[in-house]
Design a protein around this ligand. Sequence first.
Ligand SMILES: [Zn+2]
Length: 263
Amino acid sequence: MPGDIVIRPVGMVKSDYLDPKTVTDSEEKAVVEVFPQYADALLGIEKNSHLWILSWFHLARRDALSTVPYRINPKSPTYGVFALRTPVRPNPIALSLVQLDRVEGRMLYVTGLDAVNETPVLDIKPYFENDIVFSPRTPFIQPFKREMAQSNLLRQALTHHQEECPALLMAVRMAVIASEKFGHLNSPDLFVMAEGSPCLADTIQGLSRARLANPPRFEYRPSDLLGRTVWRRGSEELKITARWIIDQEAFWSASDDEIMDIN
Ligand SMILES: [Zn+2]
């Protein structure tokens, strides 16, 4: 077995992020500059909407094998670094799923890259449909701040539903409330019924990963209601009914009680 492996970066990240503490993996725009000697490796890359970017988190700690996911919740239990996506690890290789917005020569303009400026890029691979696991089992780490839970779910909802319509905002808000009571929304024993518009039902299905069958966890009832979801696990039930259509501003600022009935 070879003891040492030599890897030469194929490119570099250009981003407004300078400090790893401020990096999110949200809708941030960045550029991946591929070095001239690797330019031929980009042939046909523009046919992809999404890419995996493998990079080297050169500023990350490499001396710890376990840690707490502080940014999500400082009170979370400790995990081994291979059970987390923390940058802290023996080999700080980062795996980022990005949207490829456009290609200009050796420059890849991307959205969603969680890397600081001048991060070395090790490899670039296309994202395929086969990469999807519709309903994976993962540990539930309740974000410390509700805004983080809300923006995480909003991002997932947009990825799934592809438009930021009022029903999507309502569905995300309902999902936040449900996750505060039930934890992971994709738990095999959590059932959800969505009543209202197809947009509401589609977003709720995307967020809960609830299928109609095998196991049957999802039910949709088309109706003229603004929106209602009923979440059920065993004898526990949570019913959330929209009181009015919300916009972006209300999504972030209105209290639950102002916009919906919860019981
Ligand atoms: Zn919609």
